[in-house]
Write a protein that binds this ligand. Structure first.
Ligand code: PMT
Length: 212
């Protein structure tokens, strides 16, 4: 099957030398791309800026901002059977990035933020995607309630909930532990382990759901 996977953070420009971002390393998304390739799938990996080698044999599209990622996903998703959104996309960007480096002339500086497009939330309605849709939910509290809310709101078939309040899993680490919530109410825990193992289990789970 043809997989589209988003990974890593996005960068939202403040001025030509500064940006807003988050702690995503891309490790989870790249592990998913590797696992999907090993399972015999074709993979398009749409990645924000990370320090990771491109998974061999996979078509990697490098992007910077949330709007760049939106455009890349819009372009590729129609050719896709399974779309997995593991990227940590910035919800907001700077409303008016400066054209030149901002000088430290005052003691305070306010930045006005404006909402970025919701890429996963656009998959069904805007992009007309009818394949198998997998979201991620990075939560610090009310994990199940928030994850299930996103699953329903964004039209996912399943959502992978990540408790990012923990310091031993999640952002920028080699290990993870997740709970998968399915459309229809079931859930399954994938225990603590290397992201490469979690990714193999997730791809196996997705393959199993599709072949049912
Ligand atoms: O990259 P690593 O260091 O390995 O860390 C992995 C991870 C913690 C980033 C990953 O496991 C994870 O949880 N990814 C989702 C991060 C996130 O932004 O979650 P969210 O709950 O804010 O977003 C919900 C879903 O909507 C996600 O699938 C996200 O990709 C998507 N989204 C969010 C905002 C937006 N504007 N567009 C989106 O597509």
């Amino acid at each position: 099957m043809r997989f589209l996977i988003t990974a890593g953070p996005t960068r939202e420009a403040i001025d030509p030398v500064r940006y807003l971002t988050n702690r995503s390393s891309g490790k989870m998304g790249y592990a998913l791309a590797n696992a999907a390739m090993k399972a015999g799938h074709e993979v398009v990996l749409i990645s924000g800026p990370v320090n990771l080698p491109s998974p061999k044999g996979c078509n990697v599209l490098l992007v910077e901002s949330a709007r760049d990622m939106y455009t890349a996903v819009e372009k590729c998703i129609r050719e896709t059977d399974v779309a997995i959104f593991s990227a940590a996309v910035a919800d907001y960007r700077i409303a008016h990035p400066a054209d030149t480096k901002i000088k430290k002339n005052s003691d305070e500086l306010s930045l006005k933020l404006t909402k970025n497009p919701d890429i996963l939330g656009s998959a069904r309605q805007e992009f007309g995607f009818s394949g198998f849709l997998v979201g991620f939910a990075a939560e610090t509290n009310n994990l199940e309630e928030n994850a299930v809310g996103k699953l329903t709101e964004k039209g996912c078939d399943l959502i992978v909930a990540n408790d990012v309040s923990r310091t031993d899993i999640g952002f920028d680490l080699d290990e993870n532990e997740v709970t998968v919530f399915y459309k229809g109410g079931k859930s399954a825990a994938i225990p603590f382990g290397p992201k490469s193992d979690i990714a193999i289990k997730l791809i196996r789970e997705i393959d199993g759901q599709i072949s049912r």
